[in-house]
Design a protein around this ligand. Structure first.
Ligand SMILES: NC(=O)c1ccc[n+]([C@@H]2O[C@H](COP(=O)([O-])OP(=O)(O)OC[C@H]3O[C@@H](n4cnc5c(N)ncnc54)[C@H](OP(=O)(O)O)[C@@H]3O)[C@@H](O)[C@H]2O)c1
Length: 305
């Protein structure tokens, strides 16, 4: 029976990593966190986490989680982690990365006799706070069983999809869908508004309909009141669309909607909209439609809090 007695190392206290590590700390885990910018990790001490000065301090932990940005960053931090003598028993990698990167990582970890679980996630920082993060996992079933109690402590659970890097393609598909859905939601919201329907009224109906979703609900405040405080950057979304298109090319699957959406995200980045949430796509859509959007200043729920 898996227990929660392992010592945990945590790499990355960005928007996602901070909240995930925070949940583990609040759950009572013995957790040591390292972040490149140390200051971002220090507030985790209030939940009982320890903060490391050097990444090497995490090498003697039983399980090390990694939540950074791209595969290049994952490789960089894990190479540093493994450069000393002590080695963790297991690495659980949660960033959204390619199948190829994940396979390279598996080879590198297997050489050191370290178990490896690919465990990307669905949900932003607010979703984690609401206890609704989910994981998709692949790798040895035994590693998954050992990791499960910790994954459960961070959200509503995990799906095991098989051996190797299968979790990566599931996450890539998930985020291609995220990109296409947000662009579509922006298009129809602008269309309804240009025809005379206030955004809050339109989205109220959409959210109550069978087409409404957790996602359409939690993006509603941003689309109505134009609050673009970043939850997920346009660059990270572009990375995921690029991963989707690469996978489409590899498996010979046409992805016309993903392709168009990728270019729309690219034009948003090209215009310099990089430091705002990806829901800024609605401003681009409005500009292309000759509309100047204003916040509606209507109180709307996000379905999470
Ligand atoms: N935000 C979301 O809604 C969401 C949802 C699901 C999955 N994801 C995925 O989760 C991952 C993290 O996303 P995020 O939104 O948390 O990003 P973020 O806020 O930009 O955080 C990135 C983290 O990675 C660290 N990092 C980046 N490059 C590094 C390097 N070369 N060496 C060491 N540390 C490095 C950063 O350290 P510093 O603090 O020092 O910069 C920070 O801790 C990404 O793969 C993303 O695609 C995000």
């Amino acid at each position: 029976m898996p227990t929660k007695k392992q010592t945990i190392g945590w790499i990355g206290a960005g928007r996602m990593g901070y909240e995930m590590a925070g949940r583990l700390a609040k759950d009572g885990a013995d957790i040591l966190v390292w972040n490149r910018t140390r200051d971002k990790a220090t507030p985790l001490e209030k939940y009982g986490a320890k903060v490391a000065d050097q990444i090497a301090e995490l090498a003697a932990r039983d399980i090390v989680f990694c939540m950074v940005a791209t595969y290049k960053d994952v490789k960089e931090v894990l190479t540093k982690l493994l450069s000393g003598k002590p080695k963790p028993k297991m690495v659980i990698e949660c960033s959204s990365i390619s199948l190829e990167g994940s396979a390279e990582l598996r080879e590198m970890l297997n050489k050191h006799g370290i178990q490896y679980l690919a465990a990307p996630v669905s949900g932003n920082a607010k979703v984690i706070k609401a206890g609704r993060l989910t994981f998709v996992c692949s790798g040895p079933k035994k590693a998954y069983e050992e990791a499960k109690p910790y994954l459960d402590a961070m959200g509503t659970g995990s799906s095991y999809v098989g051996e190797g890097e299968l979790a990566r393609i599931v996450k890539i598909c998930h985020n291609v869908f995220l990109g296409v859905v947000i662009q579509s939601l922006c298009e129809i919201t602008v269309l309804a508004q240009k025809a005379g329907v206030p955004r809050h009224a339109f989205l109220d109906f959409m959210n109550k309909s069978v087409m409404g979703s957790t996602f359409s609900k939690y993006k509603t405040p941003a689309l109505v009141n134009l609050d673009f405080k970043v939850t997920f950057t346009p660059q990270l979304l572009r990375k995921d669309l690029d991963l989707g298109l690469d996978a489409g090319r590899h498996f010979e699957v046409p992805m016309p909607l993903a392709s168009a959406t990728r270019d729309l995200i690219q034009s948003m980045i090209g215009q310099g909209w990089t430091e705002q949430d990806f829901a800024t796509l609605i401003l681009q859509q409005a500009e292309a439609s000759g509309l100047k959007l204003k916040p509606e200043n209507v109180e709307v729920g996000d379905g999470l809090s």
